[in-house]
Ligand binder design. Structure first.
Ligand code: CP
Length: 303
C-alpha cells in the first residue's frame, strides 16, 4: 500500500506516468468514468481549502466513485481531542483512500503510519503540498513541453509557502533547472532547502527584486503571504503587499513566460494579468483535478 506524503515519494518516472495518465484522462474522459465504481474517497480537511478538497472530490466523482469527509476540525471528533492516528483508523473502516490537510507539519505522515488505507497529504502546515506540485508539473508540461533547462522564479512567501517547498524538491530533479528565489529577507526559503540545493549543486539565486529577475524567467511562480502562519499581525501587514504583479512589471518578461500561482490569491497578482495569455493559474486549478484523478487510480492500483 502506497501513500503520498512528500513529492519525492514518487520517482521522476512515476511522475511522468501520472502526467501521461492525466493527459489521457483529458483526451478520453469517458474511458475513466467507471474506474472507481464502489470506491470511496474521504477528504479530512482540518484546515480551510477550496481547490484541493473540491478537486479531490470532483476527481473521485468523475472516476465513478463516491466521497465522504469533513471540512474543518470543529466538525469532527478532533474537536473532542481525538488523535490523527485514531481518526484515520476509524475513517479507514469506511473509505478506500484518504486525502488529509492538517495545520501541523508531519500530521499526514503520522497518519500514514497507522492508516489501513492510503493517505494523500493535501497540505501540512508550512511544510509540503505534493498534489499541488503534481498540478504544477502537469501545467508546466502542457505549457512548456519540458522540465529541463528552465529558469524558475518563485516570488513571495517562500518561508511558509508549502507549495514552493514541494515544487523546488520536484524541479530540482530535472537537468539544467535554475531557481530565482524572490522574497523579502524575512520570508526567504528555509535554510534546510538552501542546504539541499547547495549539496546537490543546483543553481539558484536569492533576490528581493522581482523587476531585476523578470527578464530571465521561463516560469514565474507567485505566492500569497501566508497570514495564517504569522505569529505577529503587524509583520503580516508590513509584508503582505511586498510583490504585486501587474502588466507594467510584465513589460520586461519573456513572451512565453508561464505565470503560475497555486491560489488563493489575495493581492499579489493584479486581475488585469488574468487576461494575458501567459497567465496559467486557472489552468493549474483545472489540471489539479486531472492529476488527482491519475493519483487516485495509481494509489488504488486501478488499471
Ligand atoms: N492551492 C491550494 O491548496 O488551494 P486551496 O487552499 O484552496 O486548497
Amino acid at each position: 500500500m502506497r501513500s503520498l506524503i512528500d513529492i519525492v515519494d514518487l520517482t521522476v518516472e512515476e511522475i511522468d506516468e501520472l502526467i501521461a495518465t492525466a493527459n489521457d484522462i483529458i483526451a478520453n474522459p469517458d474511458k475513466y468514468a467507471e474506474k472507481c465504481h464502489r470506491k470511496k474517497l474521504a477528504t479530512l480537511f482540518f484546515e480551510p481549502s477550496t481547490r484541493t478538497r473540491l478537486s479531490f472530490e470532483a476527481a473521485m466523482l468523475e472516476l465513478g466513485g463516491s466521497v465522504i469527509g469533513f471540512s474543518g476540525a470543529s466538525n469532527s471528533s478532533a474537536a473532542k481531542g481525538e488523535s490523527v492516528s485514531d481518526t484515520v483508523r476509524a475513517v479507514g473502516c469506511y473509505a478506500d483512500i484518504i486525502a488529509m490537510r492538517h495545520p501541523k507539519e508531519g500530521a499526514p505522515m503520522i497518519a500514514s503510519m497507522r492508516s489501513p488505507v492510503p493517505i494523500i497529504n493535501a497540505g501540512d502546515g508550512g511544510h509540503n503540498h505534493p498534489t499541488q506540485t503534481l498540478a504544477d508539473l502537469l501545467t508546466i508540461q502542457r505549457e512548456k513541453g519540458k522540465f529541463d533547462n528552465l529558469v524558475v522564479g518563485m516570488c513571495g512567501d517562500l518561508k511558509f509557502g508549502r507549495t514552493v517547498h514541494s515544487l523546488i524538491h520536484a524541479m530540482s530533479r530535472y537537468k539544467g533547472v535554475k531557481f530565482v528565489l524572490i522574497s523579502p529577507d524575512e520570508l526567504k526559503v528555509p535554510e534546510y532547502i538552501i542546504q539541499e540545493l547547495d549539496k546537490e549543486g543546483i543553481p539558484y539565486e536569492e533576490t528581493t527584486s522581482l523587476e531585476d529577475a523578470m527578464p530571465s524567467l521561463d516560469i514565474l511562480y507567485m505566492t500569497r503571504v501566508q497570514q495564517e502562519r504569522f505569529f505577529n499581525e503587524a509583520d503580516y501587514i508590513r509584508l503582505k503587499d511586498s510583490y504585486i504583479l501587474n502588466m507594467d512589471k510584465l513589460e520586461t518578461a519573456k513572451k512565453d513566460l508561464c505565470i503560475m500561482h497555486p491560489l488563493p490569491r489575495v493581492n499579489e497578482i493584479s486581475v488585469a494579468v488574468d487576461d494575458d495569455p501567459r497567465a496559467c493559474y486557472f489552468k493549474q486549478v483545472l489540471n489539479g483535478k486531472y492529476i488527482r484523478m491519475a493519483l487516485i487510480l495509481k494509489l488504488l492500483e486501478v488499471a
